[in-house]
Design a protein around this ligand. Structure first.
Ligand code: FAD
Length: 461
């Protein structure tokens, strides 16, 4: 007897044609994971629709048959969001990858979800426009995935995250209905904010098929600068002083000592390798003179001699400065291919306290950690290295390590993830961050969108 997937495969082939319904085991394997370590599922069928209508037909068929569907962008997620952990059909949005419109008059872009974020930014730059959210994965992740995860990046300190730019969404409900919320309007006070509910919903409520994005004028100039401090406390104090002086950098990233040491060991030519902490700052604005003035003010506020600040104004110099920050993961992998990656968030001023308490907690378990991240918004990336610990022991203590790291963030008024989401791998820990009542409300929202529970099961809850 045919199972539900075999039965529906024929119907989906009628809708999309045979080439866009895939059951080749090698390809199914590739779509059974994303970038999350140790998290694989079982894709039973892959579909590649090319229009909202096709997405709708796929959803209608799957809904009727009670078949689970997992939306997938570019598969760069790091919490297992696009992993078919309970099997089913993977609905890949990769073919819906057109920039539909760049509306110069209204400064709005209308895009399909499969557009690669970096490609959109490039196209907008050519028109003198800026779409600010800049996840480090921008050369490979999709804008639909960014909306579903409410992705952030270094520029969040000045410009906010993905949700701050989404002003309209077309989406397909699990039942297959095509709906639109918002559009080319920057303000909207009609009813509940459906866009706000869908942005960050991790593919569990609806399939996003079209996105309207608010844009900004492209700043004409930018300067990047690296500053060295003797300790992380000094660096974060400097961030506070900079922001209090109303200087708002586009980005302000930190690396603590263990991160600097690690990159110095594995990378080449990291500046100020003996420092206790680095701040990497980007300023943007309308003229080089303005930026030089701002940088001088910023150095003074940070208590740093302007002559000791490494300044990059050309793309090559910029790349050199950012290389150290970007090569952290590579260096971690070289020392410990297995590691735990967390992205808790705490109030900015409490970053040093948080880092210290996590280091102490991990030190008691003889574990090393590397910390870096977004100093201006309190989002701390911390990687805990397995090192030469026995795999069984490592796996056994992971839940306790995660809980410890999360509890320390929550204790400081923070939460368990700033930009990577709950996905599959953090779902067991959501009760640490939210009360039973809050989770119950989230479940009710899920039920309102997806009463049969067919869309991206095994995520968030
Ligand atoms: C090297 C690296 C660096 C990274 N840096 C950052 C960073 O700086 N900031 C950050 O926030 N993240 C970062 N990430 C994580 C990841 O890139 C982001 O979460 C990104 O938004 C995922 O986009 P994607 O297209 O790959 O989505 P996927 O991984 O394919 O999917 C992610 C989630 O979105 C859902 N989804 C995807 N498309 C749709 C759609 N059209 N409709 C409904 N649901 C959908 C999926 O079901 C899944 O739950 C990084 C990842 C890597 C590997």
């Amino acid at each position: 007897m045919k199972n539900a997937i075999e039965k529906i495969a024929g119907e989906l082939r009628k809708i999309l044609g045979p080439d866009r319904v895939i059951s080749d085991p090698d390809i199914l394997g590739a779509y059974s994971a994303d970038e999350t370590p140790d998290c694989t599922g079982k894709a039973e069928l892959i579909v590649r629709p090319e229009s909202p209508k096709e997405v709708s037909s796929v959803m209608k068929a799957c809904h009727e048959a009670g078949v689970k569907v997992v939306p997938r962008g570019a598969g760069t997620g790091v919490t297992g969001g696009a992993v078919p952990v309970e099997g089913g059909v993977v609905l890949s949005l990769e073919r819906m990858n057109r920039i539909l419109e760049i509306d110069l008059e209204n400064m709005i872009a209308v895009v399909e979800p499969g557009v690669i974020t970096g490609r959109l930014q490039e196209a907008l730059r050519a028109e003198g426009l800026l779409y600010p959210p800049d996840p480090a994965s921008l050369d490979s992740c999709s804008i639909g995935g960014n909306v579903a995860e409410n992705a952030g990046g270094p520029r969040a300190v000045k410009y906010g995250t993905t949700k701050d730019y989404v002003i309209g969404l077309e989406f397909v409900t699990p039942e297959g209905e095509i709906m639109t919320a918002g559009g080319k309007i920057v303000k909207n006070a009609s009813g509940y904010n459906l866009i706000g509910i869908l942005a960050g919903s991790e593919g569990t409520l609806a399939v996003i098929t079209k996105i309207w994005l608010r844009l900004l004028p492209l700043p004409l100039h930018s300067i990047d600068a690296l500053m060295a401090f003797s300790s992380i406390e000094e660096a974060i104090d400097a961030v506070r002083s900079i922001l209090v002086k109303r200087i708002v950098p586009a980005a302000i990233e930190f690396m603590e000592k263990d991160a600097i040491d690690l990159v110095a060991r594995h990378g080449r030519g990291i500046p100020y390798p003996d420092a206790g902490a680095h701040l990497l700052v980007q300023l943007d604005g309308s003229s080089p003179d303005f930026l030089h003035d701002e940088l001088e003010k910023l150095s003074k506020a940070a208590g740093i001699d302007p002559d000791s600040v490494l300044v990059a104004e050309s793309d090559i110099q910029r790349e050199r400065l950012w290389k150290a920050r970007r090569s952290i993961r590579e260096a971690i992998r070289a020392e410990s291919p297995v590691f735990l990656a967390e992205d808790c968030v705490v109030p900015c001023a409490l970053i040093p306290q948080y880092l210290r308490s996590v280091k102490t907690f991990l030190g008691e378990k003889k574990l090393r950690s590397i910390m870096f991240g977004h100093a201006g918004d309190g989002n701390v990336h911390m990687d805990v290295l397995k090192g030469d610990m026995d795999c069984g022991v490592w796996k056994g203590i992971l839940p306790e390590i995660k809980k410890g790291i999360y509890r320390l963030a929550i204790g400081l008024g923070g939460t368990i993830t700033g930009e990577h989401g709950i996905g599959h791998i953090r779902k067991d820990y959501l009760p640490l961050a939210m009360s039973d009542r809050e989770i119950e409300l989230l479940r009710r929202i899920k039920n309102a969108f997806d009463p049969r529970g067919i869309l991206n099961p095994g995520k968030i809850f």
